[in-house]
Design a protein around this ligand. Sequence first.
Ligand code: HEC
Ligand SMILES: [Cu+2]
Length: 336
Amino acid sequence: MPVWVRTVLILCTTWPLAACAGRQSALDPQGLQSDQVRSTLFIFLAVSAIVWIAVVLVLAVGMLRRKRATHTPLDLHEGFEQRAGRLVLGLGVATTVIVLGLSFVSYAGQRNVFAKDEHALTLKIIGHQWWWEVHYEADSPHQSFVTANEIRIPTGQPIKVELESADVIHSFWVPSLTGKMDLITGQKNELQFTAKNAGVYRGQCAEFCGLQHAHMAFDIIALPPDEFGRWRDHQNQSAQSPADQLGRQGEALFRARGCALCHNISGTLAGGQLGPDLTHVGSRTTIAAGTLPNNPATLGAWISDPQHIKPGNLMPKMPLQSNELIAILHYLEQLK
Ligand code: HEC
Ligand SMILES: [Cu+2]
């Protein structure tokens, strides 16, 4: 076999399968609910495949064994009519049984996926064009905090997300963990899921919501419970005060240049609510809803011209001198 034929064959067979694993795949489930979604899919797929193969086989046999007609279509053959009638009845019953069976499988699957646990950890998630506001809610306000675009959860514990929208309809979808659910203005939807294993699972807005819909992603980072506890305690704290002169200058410029009108940094005078909370922005792994990894270069590029990176997003390009940009960047980098 020529090499190119072999290459094409290998590519055609393995390339589609490569998409089945990874951190954003319903076929590589890492949560109790996504397990259920996958088994439901496979049962439907297997039953439909068997029916399809049976139909094609019968059709093929019929075509191969076709005989020349020896009678006119209007002749009645009692024996044949009776056999045909029984066959049609049998197939009708089989179809009904299969459809009812699959309906039951689907119903049982949904019951598991949407089962509710009283003791779930509750998060409130608000969809914005084009980022995610994430509230960790506890009984005591001292234990509650807000973050954005990165959702850390403990493994093995049921998580309840309450979904709302600040503007248009969005949809919360983390294929590795569970099915999707819409975020709708004026309505509170709810979804629960449990991550089986530690890892980073990518989520994506799954309902077209305008220009930058494609750049409205997020990460769910599932951690062992004690590590999650440490992260949570840290997020509960107000922002660290800047350690040096440049950082203090950055903090002042953050207010003077208008950033504080849209961004909150707990423990400081910045209390804006239009954009993501930046109290611990330096500890997040990505910026701009999963658009870029978070490092000094990307953060600097974002602040100097967010419209170049994510055209049409709701953070305007702010006129900053380069020394002002450096000071603000230095300040934000310290907000671990
Ligand atoms: C008019 C409101 C507004 C102003 C003013 C504003 N921002 Fe933003 N900012 C936003 C919005 C909205 C986003 C989210 C954009 C997106 O991802 O779609 C954002 C995102 C960010 C992010 C990324 C956060 C993350 O976790 O993804 C940083 C950092 C940031 N802004 C810093 C600044 C700085 C520094 C200034 C001042 C120079 C500033 N912003 C001024 C609205 C604003
Ligand atoms: Cu969207």
